[in-house]
Structure formats: structure tokens, C-alpha cells
Design a protein around this ligand. Structure first.
Ligand SMILES: *Cc1c(COP(=O)(O)O)cnc(C)c1O
Length: 428
């Protein structure tokens, strides 16, 4: 595989963009080597600037759940663009996507659109604090809720990959209002509530963690959080930026049968354009400006191009509920294949999977939280990543990221992936 053009482009980018990228994990820091510069993508495939074709397992970190350049979304963007791309005034399109999103997601009355998952989570926490008149939040080590200050305390995703879990620039004051617990550890959360019974505004959690690899919730864990929130008058925020419109039509709430008080969205809801959103019941949402006192705004929020792309995406997912089962089947097929090859070696490994999220960890110990995820052997991971890349398989360039499958992937693409692994294990 040739990387010359990407290599040159990376050099040029580094001269004018910090680290050459606009989001850290893209820089390949934790696996080394040259990040590939993409020229275009279609369906399940990426095409880089050197002309390599790759089978894509990250799907833009989630949004491209139906594959790249999905025709109904591209069509919607083209049609909309000719009518102007931003007005700073309301459009009928916003009501249309809001109505559909609320129809698909259980348990929510109103939704507000923003421009990213970060913004959605940041605003959800402000809203929870406004509603409860409390200041502290609980988050889980290794969960990622975007790069807003309050969340950069033992965050997952790029924040950990990069080796700086606590970012400079986050003040002690902010950090002190973010309480931490290990994922899947209900006792730790109970202890925090006994220490601060009247100070915790909300628990924020990825119901299925996707930013320290994929880590499903242990049996009873989310139910336990739900009842602790009820008992202590705190709000439960499900960060469904990754799981929303991916694990099921109604996201993790639907799949796992648990009701959150506030849900945040991003990724799939924008169909590949910059969109985030948060939703709650009428009572909670009535605190939001202009109805209520909690301020939140955005010049480009509800942007017509982004709403058109998101609406086309949601309509496609809504029309064909089978898509979620099909994705889960493909992911199970991948799991089986990976297992069948790795089990012939003496390399310790764990595979975690739920729905269309899956991750491989090179460790003997089951991966159930950030600590156990961190036991993974990063040298093996690097060889695995680069070996697969050399065979034209694009996996997440960090051991702390989940794969996100898209429905354009065929079973024969997955067979090809498993065949590649047969070659790669010889060098692990
Ligand atoms: C990606 C992600 C975010 C942040 O969304 P951005 O659009 O990158 O700001 C927040 N929470 C979760 C669970 C995510 O996966």
C-alpha cells in the first residue's frame, strides 16, 4: 500500500493546523504512522489520496450508519442548498425533523437542535443544573461526552488515547463539580450519593460505552442508576450521541428498556452534517430559553442543510426497522469471524459487542470498565491495526475506540476482513 500523497499532505497540514488534524484521534498518535487523507467515500469504502480502497469500520465515528454518500441524504442536501444555506430564522424543516425524532425516540416530548454532540451534552448538563438547582454531576471514567470542560475529567476517546485524561485548561473549580465513578460500578455511585445526597444535579452516562472500546452495561447497572436518581431527586442523562438511532430506532432507551430524563444525540441524527440535539419531557424542556431561564442558543443551530440531511437519514432509518437487526447480524458475523481466527493463536483477547458496536481488546481480563480496558496490550493493538490497514481494512486507530458498522458493508466485505486477519495474526 502506498502512503506517499497522504504523507505529503500530512506534512503540509502540520504546518498550518495543530498536529495536522482538526480532531486529535485522526492523527494516529496512539498507533503511529501516517494518517490517511480521504479523497472520497462511497458505501462501505473509503478512497484515499494515494488511490487506496479501504473497507471502513468507523463510519465517520458513527454518522454514516447507512454507508457513505447515501443517495437519499446526498439528494436532500443538493435540493436544499439551492434555496440558501442559513437564515437565522425558523424553518418548517426544523419542526419536521423534531416531530420525526420524537416519534422514533421513546419517552421525550421536546427536542432542541445544536451543532455537535459536545454542545448537546454541555447544554443537557446546564439544563439539569437549572432544573434541579444543584451543581454537581456524576460521570464515569472512560466515558466521553465531548470536549466541554466539565467532561474532560478521565474522559475516553481521543482524550485518553492521547495520554492526557485530565486536560490542562480545565479549572479546579470545574473539576470539583464533576464526580467520578467506574463504569458498571453501582456501589461507587451509591457512595457518591451518600456523600452528596442533595448536591447531585445529574448522572451523565453513555448507556453503552463506545469511547473506551465498546463496553455494554452490566445487568442491573442502568436500572440501579435510574432508581438512585429517583431516590435522590437527580436527573439521569443518557448520552446517546453514539447509540441514538444506531442501536435501535429509539436508541439505547428502547433497546435496554430504560427511561432517561434527558437524552443527547449527535452523529447519526445529522446524516453526516454537524448536528447535535437534546430532548426531555415538557416539564424539563420548559426551563430552556426562550420559554424558561436556562440559556442556550446557536447561530447555525437548526441549519437547513444539516436538518435536511438529518431528516433524510431519520426517514430512511424509520422506514426500514430491519436495518438495526441487519446491522446487529453483520456485527455478530464479524465477531464470529474474528473469534475463529484469534482463537487459533495464543494471543489473549476479548471481544465486546452490542448491536453494531464491537471492539477487540488484547487482554486476558474481561473488559468492563476503563481500568480493564487500559490493560489491553497496545503493542499488539498497533500491529493489528497496521496489519489490517495494509490489507485495506480501516479499523479505529486507537484501542479505546469502538468499531461502528454501517449497513453498506456486505457479508463478503466481512469475509475479506477475516481473510485479512488470517495473514495479520502471523505478525502479531
Ligand atoms: C462523539 C461523542 C460525543 C461528542 O460529539 P461531537 O459531535 O464530537 O462533539 C459525545 N458523546 C458521545 C457518547 C460521543 O460518542
Amino acid at each position: 500500500m502506498q502512503y506517499q500523497r497522504s504523507s505529503t499532505l500530512f506534512q503540509e497540514a502540520q504546518a498550518v493546523i495543530p498536529g495536522g488534524v482538526n480532531s486529535p484521534v485522526r492523527a494516529f498518535k496512539s498507533v503511529g504512522g501516517t494518517p490517511l487523507f480521504v479523497k472520497r467515500a462511497s458505501g462501505a469504502y473509503l478512497y484515499d489520496e494515494d488511490g487506496n480502497q479501504l473497507i471502513d469500520y468507523i463510519s465517520s465515528w458513527g454518522p454514516m450508519i447507512l454507508g457513505h454518500a447515501y443517495p437519499p441524504v446526498i439528494q436532500a442536501i443538493k435540493e436544499r442548498a439551492g434555496n440558501g444555506t442559513s437564515f437565522g430564522m425558523p424553518t418548517a424543516l426544523e419542526t419536521e425533523i423534531a416531530t420525526l425524532a420524537l416519534e422514533m425516540v421513546p419517552n421525550m416530548d421536546k427536542i432542541r437542535f445544536v451543532n455537535s454532540g459536545t454542545e448537546a451534552c454541555m447544554s443537557a448538563v446546564r439544563l439539569a443544573r437549572g432544573v434541579t438547582e444543584r451543581e454537581k454531576i456524576i460521570k464515569f471514567a472512560g466515558c466521553y461526552h465531548g470536549h466541554s470542560d466539565a467532561f474532560l475529567i478521565q474522559a475516553g476517546s481521543g482524550a485518553v488515547t492521547f495520554g492526557s485524561p485530565n486536560s490542562p485548561g480545565v479549572t479546579k473549580g470545574t473539576a470539583q463539580d464533576t464526580l467520578l465513578a467506574p463504569f458498571n460500578n453501582l456501589d461507587a455511585v451509591r457512595a457518591l450519593f451518600s456523600e452528596y445526597p442533595k448536591e447531585i444535579a445529574a448522572i451523565i452516562i453513555e448507556p453503552v460505552a463506545g469511547n473506551m472500546g465498546c463496553i455494554p452495561p452490566a445487568e442491573g447497572f442502568l436500572e440501579g442508576l435510574r432508581s438512585l436518581c429517583d431516590q435522590f431527586g437527580s436527573l439521569l442523562i443518557f448520552d446517546e450521541v453514539m447509540t441514538g438511532f444506531r442501536l435501535a430506532r429509539g436508541g439505547a432507551q428502547e433497546l435496554l428498556g430504560i427511561k432517561a430524563d434527558i437524552v443527547t444525540f449527535g452523529k447519526v441524527i445529522g446524516g453526516g452534517l454537524p448536528v447535535g440535539a437534546f430532548a426531555a419531557n415538557n416539564r424539563i424542556m420548559s426551563y430552556l430559553a426562550p420559554e424558561g431561564p436556562v440559556y442556550q442558543a446557536g447561530t447555525l443551530s437548526g441549519n437547513p442543510l444539516a436538518m435536511a440531511a438529518g431528516l433524510a437519514m431519520l426517514q430512511s432509518l424509520n422506514q426500514e426497522e430491519e436495518v438495526f437487526n441487519r446491522l446487529a447480524e453483520k456485527t455478530a458475523y464479524l465477531h464470529q469471524g474474528l473469534d475463529s481466527v484469534l482463537s487459533t493463536t495464543n494471543i489473549p483477547y476479548q471481544i465486546n459487542r452490542l448491536g453494531s458496536m464491537i471492539s477487540v481488546h488484547f487482554t486476558e481480563i474481561p473488559v468492563t470498565d476503563f481500568e480493564t480496558a487500559a490493560f489491553g496490550n497496545n503493542d499488539t493493538f498497533k500491529k493489528y491495526f497496521h496489519g489490517m490497514l495494509e490489507q485495506g481494512i480501516y479499523l479505529p486507530p486507537s484501542a479505546f475506540e469502538s468499531y461502528f458498522l454501517n449497513d453498506a458493508l456486505s457479508f463478503s466485505d466481512i469475509d475479506q476482513t477475516i481473510n485479512a486477519l488470517h495473514l495479520v495474526i502471523k505478525k502479531l
